[in-house]
Design a protein around this ligand. Structure first.
Ligand code: TGC
Ligand code: FAD
Length: 397
């Protein structure tokens, strides 16, 4: 019989369903280390970084020391943790700021993963240990001005010239572009019409990465164009193990998986701010938390944060078992980012006028999430991926 004399553990508002108890000791230790880093190194300054539109490049070696750059990859100086541990790290980083999680996602899940999965042994030896340590920064160039959701329509070309390759074209909206030491650039090869990846060191003649300014979202993150003007590369620069769109799309699966967790971190931070504010803000002689309509908002936010965390954890467990499908990642990305946006918008209202200042984290997260819902596949694209999985009918074209 159940012992009814023992009281159940107290409810934790930020972990209402006790998801913590579903983690093992190592996962909790990694989560706590990243949470401490964010508390000590990110939260005190991130409002200023956002206001000044400054990406804190100096964090890279610190993130390397923390072990989060390419942390779920094996070998080459990477930590080789579980996918679940990587997800927990993304959650804590994005509870700080989506831009900081983006730095880590692009480095580890896009640039490093592309080299790790599709690169030559020489490319791996040359780049991965330095990238894992945060001594070299990577970026990932897939999107172009006229090819966003439809990367298969890319116009950047790679032409053979003897044993060399000549790259021409333009990439757009590239995270870390202007600060990168190496760019993984995807291009269509003129001889066989196939998409291949190229490892382009930043100093290569003809390569430049002008920064995109006037962003009102992800302001603590660098976003750039990549310009490729007759960039000559040796044959050793091509990623030899893939020659199709499968190459870049496989990297997107990794980064989208991190976003499933990360968005929930941004939501948790907004919920925490709203809960705290509602308990202390007095109107009509009472804390606003005592009004039913505010309690409903708090309940909805708590539900969304917990739902998102459980979805992320299930995807993490599937990934660790080698059973995660891209279509399942799409469901996580769609649901958790939409949910986080809803939480951020609701929290912003709970904070009233204070909700529009950088003194509180909410509007920063809200604005950031407007990028997160667009990059790594828009919400529409992920709906269509799920629709295709459900019906067997592709509705992209
Ligand atoms: P489709 O004809 O379906 O497939 C072409 C080839 O790719 C394979 N494939 C995949 N492989 C691995 N993972 C996936 N998720 C895959 N989806 C498709 C497929 O098997 C095929 O392989 P092969 O060997 O037969 O050639 O391709 P499609 O052109 O019809 O595309 C479908 C669609 C719309 C889902 C895809 O184009 C897509 O996902 N579009 C969205 C583009 C996107 O998400 N871009 C993101 C750019 S990176 C970024 O935003 C970084 S943000 C910074 C940060 O993360 O913080
Ligand atoms: P479009 O594809 O033009 O979409 C415009 C609208 O049309 C959207 O609402 C979309 O959902 C809708 N739409 C498009 N196709 C369909 C369809 N078939 N059916 C229904 N609706 C459709 N890219 C990189 O390669 N590397 C990076 O590091 C990177 N970082 C980024 C950082 C930021 C801050 C941002 C904002 C973007 C970044 N991107 C990056 C680009 C990002 O992946 C694209 O913005 C995204 O894929 C959407 O492409 P697009 O902006 O061209 O929009």
């Amino acid at each position: 019989m159940t012992d009814t004399t023992t009281a159940p553990p107290a409810l934790k508002p930020l972990d209402y369903l006790d998801v913590d108890s579903l983690l093992d000791d190592e996962e909790r230790a990694i989560r706590d280390a990243v949470r401490d880093f964010v508390k000590g190194r990110v939260l005190p300054e991130v409002g200023d970084w956002f206001e000044e539109a400054r990406a804190p490049k100096e964090l890279f070696p610190e993130l390397g020391k923390l072990g989060v750059l390419g942390m779920h990859l094996e070998g080459y100086g990477c930590a080789g943790t579980s996918a679940t541990a990587y997800g927990l790290a993304c959650l804590e980083l994005e509870a700080g700021d989506s831009g900081i999680r983006s730095m880590v996602s692009v480095q580890g899940s896009l640039a490093m993963f592309a080299i790790w999965r599709w690169g030559s042994e020489e490319q791996k030896q040359e780049w991965l240990p330095r990238m894992a340590a945060g001594e070299a920064i990577g970026c990932f160039g897939l999107t172009e001005p006229d090819s966003g959701s439809d990367p298969g329509s890319m116009r950047t070309t790679a032409r053979r010239d003897g044993s060399d390759w000549i790259l021409n074209g333009q990439k757009m909206w590239i995270t870390n572009g202007s600060v990168a030491d190496v760019a993984v650039v995807w291009a269509r090869c003129t001889d066989d019409d196939r998409v291949r990846g190229f490892v382009v060191p930043a100093g290569t003649r003809g390569f430049s990465a002008p920064e995109i300014h006037k962003k009102l979202s992800l302001r603590a993150s660098v976003t750039s164009e990549l310009v490729l003007d007759d960039v000559r590369l040796p044959d050793s620069a091509v990623l030899p193990e893939v020659a199709s769109l499968k190459g870049p799309l496989s990297c997107l699966n990794e980064a989208r998986y991190g976003i499933v967790w990360g968005a929930t971190g941004a939501a948790r931070a907004c919920f925490e701010a709203a809960l705290d504010y509602a308990g202390t803000r007095i109107q009509f002689g009472k804390p606003i938390a005592s009004f039913q309509i505010q309690q409903q908002k708090l309940a909805d936010m708590a539900l969304e944060v917990n739902r998102g965390t459980l979805v992320a954890l299930q995807l993490g467990r599937l990934k660790d078992q080698g059973r995660l499908r891209p279509e399942q990642v799409s469901m996580g990305k769609l649901g958790n980012v939409n949910g986080a946006l809803e939480v951020a918008r609701t929290a912003r209202q709970v904070l009233g006028g204070n909700g529009i200042t950088l003194e509180y984290p909410v509007i920063r997260h809200m604005n950031n999430l407007e990028s997160v819902v667009t990059y790594e596949g828009t919400a529409d694209v992920h709906s269509l991926v799920i629709g295709q999985a459900l019906t067997g009918i592709a509705a992209f074209r």
